[in-house]
Design a protein around this ligand. Structure first.
Ligand code: G3P
Length: 217
């Protein structure tokens, strides 16, 4: 399973990178705004700063919602850095843009996916990644992890190579549950990733080992 961090915060990206388990970064306009990164030029520069920290894929989102606008913005984003993956919303023109980018060899991440049908369309259009938002489904009493398993089933039926990127992960159990049902990638906050580290028996065991070692010294 690939681990992406879902933030535009450079310190958190560095922390995750230093942990040695980071495979990429996802961002969106809301995450950029949260870090105070606004204005086209600042946002573009921030993408390059992120690419210079991590070794893996960095998703950068188009703002346009019409085909020509998405193509223009997506090509400019892809030109920024080889690690950039163009993030395209699951709308009618977005599907056309995914197909256009696939034909041009530009990698994409289809975002704002909430149903198996949307994921099927994204795969048919040649998306590199599909991003079902599992936390937001849980927020409205739908089972986000179940959507991941449905998409896995459909993609495996036909051998689609689009990678399932479980997004809107909120906590550690989301990561475990997505791993169980076969998500290819998860993207979430640093806190959810670090939660995987923790177990009280590890802390108690280590304390005992060190205490016993020190008895002889
Ligand atoms: O990766 C998608 C993500 O940024 C949305 O997360 O927590 O705002 O639903 P959230």
């Amino acid at each position: 399973m690939k681990f992406f961090i879902d933030t535009a915060n450079l310190d958190q990206i560095k922390d995750a990178q230093e942990l040695g388990i980071l495979d990429g970064v996802t961002t969106n306009p809301s995450l950029m705004a949260k870090e105070g990164i606004t204005g086209k030029n600042n946002i573009l520069k921030h993408y390059v700063d992120i690419c210079n920290i991590v070794e893996g894929d960095v998703s950068a989102e188009v703002i346009a919602t019409d085909l020509q606008g998405m193509i223009r913005e997506g090509e400019a984003l892809a030109d920024l850095h080889p690690q950039i993956v163009v993030k395209v919303p699951m709308i009618r023109d977005g599907v056309k843009a995914l197909k256009y980018f696939a034909d041009k060899g530009i990698r994409t991440n289809c975002t704002l996916v909430f149903s198996p049908g949307q994921a099927l369309l994204a795969a048919k259009a040649g998306a590199t990644y599909v991003s079902p938002f599992i936390g937001r489904l849980d927020d409205v009493s739908s089972n986000g992890v179940h959507l991941i398993s449905e998409i896995r089933h459909i993609y495996d039926n036909y051998g689609y190579e689009t990678q399932i990127l479980a997004a809107s992960i909120r906590h550690t159990m989301h990561i475990i549950d997505c791993a169980k049902v076969g998500a290819d990638v998860m993207t979430g906050p640093l806190s959810a990733i670090e939660g995987l580290l923790k177990h009280p028996l590890t802390d108690i065991g280590l304390e005992k080992f060190l205490a016993d070692y020190n008895k002889g010294n």
